[in-house]
Design a protein around this ligand. Structure first.
Ligand code: HEC
Length: 111
């Protein structure tokens, strides 16, 4: 599946027009960097609560990076999680993840 198509699907699912710029930037990171492996996409977001995402993304996302760099089945993500590209955008990604966490009360509109 092309990245663009994936992006559109997730954008639709999450109702891009109603979300803030930071959240939107974070969404782009998520779609580009995470959905390749975490295919569940939107559902995947709701596996964690706001505070769980917050904890994973604190310290420019180091805890999340660690989960991946410890896991041999995630080797393909090691370069990304070690990169500046990741830490620079971690803040946006965090906002995005928290925005749609299990207990955020936000139900992405799809109608
Ligand atoms: C190369 C594939 C790959 C990429 C890219 C990737 N992950 Fe993962 N991720 C994994 C694997 C493998 C695990 C460990 C097994 C598991 O828990 O699913 C994991 C685990 C996780 C966990 C812990 C799951 C749990 O149950 O606690 C979270 C949260 C997570 N990833 C989020 C992300 C986010 C956010 C991104 C994008 C910035 C991302 N992942 C990018 C493969 C990937």
């Amino acid at each position: 599946m092309s990245r663009l198509l994936l992006f559109c699907m997730v954008a639709l699912l999450l109702g891009v027009t109603t979300i803030s710029a930071a959240v939107y930037k974070g969404q782009r990171v998520f779609v580009r960097e995470c959905v390749v492996c975490h295919h569940e996409g939107q559902t995947f977001l709701t596996t964690k609560t706001i505070s769980e995402w917050e904890a994973l993304m604190k310290d420019v996302g180091k805890p999340l990076a660690k989960i991946h760099t410890k896991d041999k089945s995630a080797t393909k993500s090691w370069k990304y999680f070690g990169s500046k590209k990741y830490s620079k955008k971690a803040k946006h990604l965090k906002q995005f993840l928290m925005e749609y966490a299990k207990d955020s009360g936000k139900v992405p509109a799809c109608n």
